[in-house]
Design a protein around this ligand. Structure first.
Ligand code: NAI
Length: 285
């Protein structure tokens, strides 16, 4: 799969998963905007060296990339990231919303500030960059967007109510943009990755050895390619395993005289996942 003549923006690409995505897209011919604020895992601090070192690596390998060190967390930052792509390369075909931070705490201890900071980078960050790229993709009648979600939001994980909520926000955003972007050939999908990076290495221990971040990138590359005909799909990916995660609706029951008691009596049947549908939008089947 080649990306000749295409331009990709990868946010938070100064290290970890984002740098793997940026390097591989560039190796396959894309010109890449390597965005990274250069912050610590908790989002504090900033530095231009993270983004620049990935640009240097791409350039040394014969690829083309430019660095951008704006924060995704503000509308001005989102606009500046997209403008960097337009100034350098004149187009944007691919956006990988990947930048992220952690501020974990058990819910009983979670502060409003921990909630705001995490929502600002993951959820509003994706809005800020996607909002800026949307008119460019609509005008070109083409776009591929990948959201970086998480098993934490899809399935739950202790101490990550802020993070899980932000990550599921990205899924809601994806479902709506898949519908709104369809007529302009803009596809948007999500990954729930698992990989050994600075964000996870302290908690993964031995298990992390098999979880190279490079093993997440192939799914991102596939979802970024013109040949990808999927939209609004979620893929769990890590350590070479890939599977689809989906939201299904059970067959349930129908009772025009529904009461709390009849719900209680039928709750096992309502919950029964033996028959389910995956709906294509609220208005879909
Ligand atoms: P990482 O910490 O290596 O990468 C995140 C990057 O985002 C960092 O380079 C950081 O400087 C950058 N960043 C933070 N705030 C930013 C901002 N406001 N603007 C621009 N850049 C900013 O961690 P990793 O693991 O590579 O994470 C990448 C994405 O994957 C994140 O969204 C993370 O939540 C997600 N993820 C990772 C998992 C894993 O197992 N590593 C599991 C599930 C999700």
């Amino acid at each position: 799969m080649s990306f000749d003549n295409q331009v990709a923006i990868v946010t938070g690409a100064g290290g970890g998963l984002g740098s793997c995505h940026a390097l591989e897209l560039a190796r396959r011919g894309a010109r890449v905007v390597v965005n990274d604020l250069g912050s610590a895992v908790d989002g504090t601090g900033q530095s231009t060296s993270a983004a620049q070192s990935v640009v240097d690596e791409i350039t040394a390998a014969g690829g083309t990339a430019v660095a951008n060190c704006d924060s995704v967390a503000t509308p001005a930052g989102g606009a500046a990231i997209v403008q960097t792509a337009l100034d350098a390369f004149g187009r944007v075909d691919i956006l990988i919303n990947n930048a992220g931070i952690l501020r974990d705490a058990a819910f009983k201890n979670m502060t409003p500030e921990q909630v705001d900071a995490v929502l600002a980078v993951h959820l509003q960050g994706a809005f800020n960059v996607t909002r800026a790229v949307w008119p460019v993709m609509r005008e070109a009648n083409y776009g591929r967007i990948v959201q970086t979600a998480s098993g934490s939001g899809l399935f739950g994980n202790f101490g990550q109510a802020n993070y899980g909520a932000a990550k599921m926000g990205l899924i809601g955003m994806m479902h709506v943009l898949a519908i709104e972007g369809a007529r302009n050939n803009i596809a948007i999908n999500a990954i729930a990755p698992i990989a050994r990076t600075r964000m996870t290495e302290t908690i993964m221990g031995e298990a992390g050895k098999a979880l190279d971040p490079e093993l997440v990138t192939p799914v991102v590359v596939y979802l970024s390619h013109p040949s990808c005909d999927r939209t609004a799909h979620i893929y769990s990916v890590g350590g070479g395993k890939v599977s689809r995660v989906f939201i299904g609706q059970t067959k349930g029951i129908e009772n025009p005289e529904l009461t709390a008691e009849s719900v209680a009596a039928a709750i096992d049947e309502i919950d029964d996942t033996a028959t389910f549908t995956i709906r294509g939008g609220l208005a879909g089947a």
